[in-house]
Design a protein around this ligand. Sequence first.
Ligand SMILES: Cc1ncc(CO)c(N)n1
Length: 223
Amino acid sequence: MTTFTDRLWKSVAPIWEKTHQHPFVTGMGDGTLPVESFKYYMKQDYVYLIDYAKMFAIASTKAYDLETSAKFAGLQEATLNGEMNLHRQYAERFGISRAELEATEPSFVMLAYTSYMLRVAHQGSLAELVSSLLPCMWGYWEIGKKLAKIEGALDHELYGEWVRTYSSDEFGELATWLIGVMNELAEGKNEKELARLEEHFLTTSKMEYLFWDMAYRKEFWPC
Ligand SMILES: Cc1ncc(CO)c(N)n1
């Protein structure tokens, strides 16, 4: 039986493949990523995650049952107090203070990405919210697993921690859970509704690509 997420997977395959080949991503795997790009990424990703965590809070309020509501609340907590520790630890290594990290001025891409997701979250159904959120979690897990296969990537003194985090079973379980939620929510929906979910999934998959690209180039507002 093919599931709705099989369909999503197929439709984004070229975008995800292009993402996996981006020099930022391959550079974390083979250690060639310039550290300045990584620093820039960490700061932007930190402020990204502040918004991203709100997606889980909104999902929790839109959930149809207690178990799902509680799970989303847990994901918000895990993002703010778990995943963001990774960023805080890196910042400490780089001599970037907590205050500086939190005061990072959002880049255009970071702002466009989270604004899009939060708009979907506020205006759309829970299914729409999840379809826009899913490339973040599922996509990072795919990248984590791919990089973990590269010799030495898991033990790299700088990027190893990143690879270990996103290739971990713990992170994989969360991604798998969200994939399951997406399939449940897609059940019984008509083609028009499914196409809308696919559209969100495609858009945020492209945003993921742009996020790596802007970080690689340390892109900023031109004026
Ligand atoms: C941009 C981005 N997408 C996904 C994740 C995974 O949580 C992240 N930390 N940052």
